[in-house]
Design a protein around this ligand. Structure first.
Ligand code: SF4
Length: 237
């Protein structure tokens, strides 16, 4: 009599399969965004600093106004009166803090590199590049991951408020997990080449369907893998 070994998937294997299903489901529903070359990483960094606690429209307006006022030379921005920088970036909100962070970050990059460049991040390991960026004034993990992912398509997964909320609802993370913990979970479950499309599609999903209040579960392509959906009526946020 022969015995056939039955492989029982571990919790980690089940979660990885769920993550792969989510990735594929979002690609099928929204299309798969392709990385087609990024912005200059210093531009991306300054834009991301401006984008804290505001929407893309406002941060984009502030960034364009900053460039229109001071030109493409970051040295001019760094040496400009703080009040003039605040005025240029006013549409982004929190302009006092953001202007100080921009000047401090530019100053530190110039001290370290002798010029305003982050091109060397392309050849650093991802952990080293993250450590370098998060040591800059006012740069946290989300901002650092955005620069690495968008400018270089490197394997860092940014977790914003949409990604955090959807990850918690789907059961990819715990319901109280921090953005940094959620970043680590996705990075453990899926390979780096998925991060760009997954990040963009999760944000789109969070804006269009898995919205903060009253998610539109009835039209969601992720129903069958969603903890929130399967526990309808028992979920308090
Ligand atoms: S089923 Fe509902 S809660 Fe779950 S991901 Fe979709 S919209 Fe969000």
């Amino acid at each position: 009599m022969s015995e056939t070994a039955i492989h029982m998937p571990s919790a980690d294997e089940l979660l990885a399969a769920k993550a792969a299903t989510i990735y594929a489901g979002l690609n099928e529903f929204y299309g798969q965004p392709q990385w087609q070359g990024g912005e200059d990483p210093v531009d991306e960094l300054i834009w991301t600093i401006l984008s804290a606690n505001t929407n893309d429209t406002n941060s984009g307006r502030a960034f364009r106004q900053l460039k229109a006022t001071f030109g493409d030379d970051w040295e001019t921005v760094r040496n400009a009166p703080l009040e003039a920088i605040k005025e240029a970036i006013r549409p982004a909100g929190m302009y006092n803090q953001k202007a100080q962070n921009i000047v401090a970050t530019l100053t530190r990059i110039k001290e370290l590199e002798g010029e305003y460049t982050l091109d060397h991040l392309a050849t650093m390991t991802v952990p080293d590049a993250l450590a370098y960026l998060t040591a800059l004034p006012g740069v946290g993990h989300k901002t650092a991951s955005i620069v690495l992912l968008f400018s270089f398509n490197r394997g860092a997964f940014p977790v914003d408020t949409h990604v955090q909320r959807i990850s918690q609802r789907l059961g990819i993370s715990g319901r109280r997990d921090s953005p940094e913990k959620i970043k680590g979970i996705w990075e453990r479950l899926l390979p780096p080449e998925t991060y760009y499309a997954l990040h963009l599609n999760l944000i789109r999903h969070g804006r269009e369907i898995c919205i903060a209040r009253n998610p539109k579960c009835e039209i969601c392509p992720l129903q069958r893998v969603c903890d929130y959906y399967s526990r309808a009526g028992e979920w308090a946020e």
